[in-house]
Design a protein. Structure first.
Length: 302
């Protein structure tokens, strides 16, 4: 799909966007697991005997540097954000090496959030990170930087929509792309949470400790690689859905368990040139058949 590279970029940007402002350090640790499933050959969409699994550990932190209230009694926040993910894959019965065995994404940056009117806010963020398939191959090409400014309209307590320019060197040279943020959250025992581009949750609050949810998430990782003597942007993306019970032990600690299916799991390769962002590909991206998906996530605040 010609917009696959742009969608992956949105996932990476969306992973650090949050409108919550608090004085405590926030963090989360997550483990994902996808068992072996069959490789679908892109040239003819044939399911082959070749198989690949996926295992990932991920951690993220946000450390507030300054949180104050402005004259509108709205928060003004400066914070440091950090995120790292390491994925490992095994490949069986392949005639040739098609995919990497590891992926490493790690980034650190700064975030600023403030109100500019009673219904508008401004979110600024900038990060720099390493995106590679091999720690020993880290070089200047694997270091990607991105930053953006989002103007966010708060229609009410439930709905917020943000748009703005995002600067990135993911496609070889610094360039500006459009960024979008959308959040919709209802309240009550039955609730809906939509956060683009991260995902959607339909939940039921059983009691003060347990929430039961149906969830769908859009996930991705990327790496800069050399292929056919060209600088390429390798993308891994998957759509997962499942049942997600969540246990809130107190205001500082929450545990989520997810069991469901990896509905879509694929790799994509795009040359790091501006003209290739929306270029139509001659054949589909390599993908894998649907299979089980499981995850454990721990969130905390200090």
């Amino acid at each position: 799909m010609k917009t696959r590279a742009f969608l992956l970029f949105c996932i990476l940007i969306g992973s650090i966007i949050s409108l919550q402002a608090q004085e405590r350090i926030k963090g989360q640790f997550k483990i994902d697991y996808v068992p072996f499933s069959n490789y679908v050959r892109p040239i003819d969409s044939v399911k082959t005997p070749s198989k690949t699994d996926f295992r990932r550990v991920e951690a993220s932190f946000e450390i507030p540097l300054s949180v104050t209230m402005d004259h509108r009694n709205k928060p003004r926040l400066w914070s440091i954000v950090a995120q790292g993910a390491y994925a490992k894959m095994q490949h069986k019965l392949y005639e040739e090496e098609l995919f990497p065995t590891t992926l490493l994404n790690a980034q650190v940056g700064v975030k600023h959030f403030r109100s500019i009117s009673d219904s508008w806010s401004l979110l600024f963020m900038g990060t720099v990170g390493i995106y590679t398939t091999d720690v020993e191959m880290i070089n200047k090409e694997t270091i990607l930087a991105q930053g953006g400014v989002f103007f966010i309209k708060h229609f009410n307590e439930k709905v917020a929509l943000g748009v703005g320019p995002v600067l990135t060197n993911s496609f070889g040279v610094p360039m500006v792309l459009p960024g979008i943020y959308f959040n919709w959250e209802t309240h009550g025992d039955f609730y809906v949470r939509v956060a683009f581009p991260q995902g959607v949750e339909l939940g039921y609050k059983m009691n003060e400790i347990v929430d039961l949810k149906l969830a769908a998430d859009l996930q991705g990782m990327t790496a800069v690689i050399k292929k056919d003597d060209k600088n390429m942007l390798l993308g891994f993306q998957q759509i997962v859905a499942g049942f997600r019970p969540e246990f809130k032990f107190n205001d500082n600690l929450t545990l989520s368990l997810t069991a469901g299916s990896s509905l879509v799991r694929s790799f994509s390769y795009n040359e790091r040139k501006i003209k290739n962002i929306f270029k139509e590909k001659k054949e589909a991206d390599p993908r894998f058949t649907s299979t089980f998906y499981g995850a454990v996530q721990l969130r905390w605040a200090l």
